[in-house]
Ligand binder design. Structure first.
Ligand code: PAF
Length: 285
């Protein structure tokens, strides 16, 4: 039976009790609108923990004023059913006031890793993410916390935060879950019209082109970046970036790298999609 908790202090007590009783607590932080990608994170957490906590909180701190906070999908009933079916022990779904009372004034900032890629277009985003995730970590006290690698930079930023602040938490990054045609699952895909859903495939076509070129021996980051960008440029309304960077520093990579992150963010109408592949590591998307 999944218990739903809305108050931070009550959630902390439930996690403390579970840690005393059964050992390892696993955490999957989400913003809800759960899909099969999230459920793969829950499954991974359940392999690593005895007590499973999922948080559902659309965190206003990580949205800029012109972003989609107000229209972010909310499907709590459905999310709770999915959690119940997956054997989640507790869902923490706080109100904004409970997380950010009027007196709230602290931010957690990871300096360098948050600057490139998403950081150029969403300069305050990662401070919002690291702040809320630090709070969730402190409330839960998990041994392991599981995130999706679709938000590759987020995963890296959170790994850095945990290392820098000596948080005793294993931050696990799970592979991207895709539709049969390759589109990465995202809560935002539901905003796409049928025509745009089809156009969105250009992003995975670009990643596949780069992956194929890599498999054929191409190692020049600029060539691989161009291969990924060409289909996206042909189809998307606006491109934030299609970039080939070092998978650890997220900075421009060596001329002949052993691994290379190709990451993309682009807009179809008012919907922003992101996707990525690590060449030299990930299978063809
Ligand atoms: O990836 C997300 O859904 C969010 O950024 C997270 C990690 C739950 C923080 O709000």
């Amino acid at each position: 039976m999944t218990t739903v908790i809305r108050e931070p202090a009550e959630f902390r007590r439930a996690c403390d009790d579970a840690r005393r009783a059964s050992g390892r607590v696993g955490l999957v932080p989400t913003m809800g609108a759960l899909h099969a990608g999230h459920l793969s994170l829950v499954d991974e957490a359940s392999r690593r923990a005895d007590f499973l906590a999922v948080t559902i909180f659309v965190n206003p701190l990580q949205f800029a004023a012109d972003e989609d906070l107000q229209r972010y999908p909310k499907t709590l009933e459905h999310d709770l059913q999915s959690c119940q079916q997956r054997g989640v022990d507790v869902v923490f779904a706080p109100d904004t006031d409970a997380m950010y009372p009027d007196c709230f004034q602290t931010q957690v900032r990871v300096a360098e890793l948050a600057k490139p890629l998403e950081g150029v277009f969403r300069p305050t985003h990662f401070e919002g993410v690291t702040t809320v995730v630090a709070k969730l970590f402190n409330l839960t006290g998990p041994c392991a916390a599981v995130f999706g690698r679709k938000d590759y930079q987020q995963w890296k930023v959170l790994c850095r935060m945990v290392g820098d602040l000596d948080m005793p938490i294993e931050v696990v990054g799970c592979p991207i879950v895709r539709e049969p045609d390759g589109l990465a699952l995202s809560s935002r895909n539901r905003y796409l019209s049928e025509a745009d859903r089809h156009r969105a495939l250009a992003i995975v076509e670009g990643l596949r082109a780069a992956h194929d070129a890599w498999e054929h021996g191409e190692r020049k980051p600029s060539v691989l970046e161009n291969a990924a960008a060409t289909p996206v440029e042909a189809v998307f309304d606006r491109i934030d970036y299609v970039a080939a960077v070092d998978p650890e520093t997220l900075e421009p990579s060596a001329t002949s790298p052993e691994r290379l992150l190709i990451a993309a963010a682009a807009h179809l109408g008012s919907t922003r999609l992101i996707d990525n592949v690590v060449l030299g590591e990930d299978p063809r998307p």
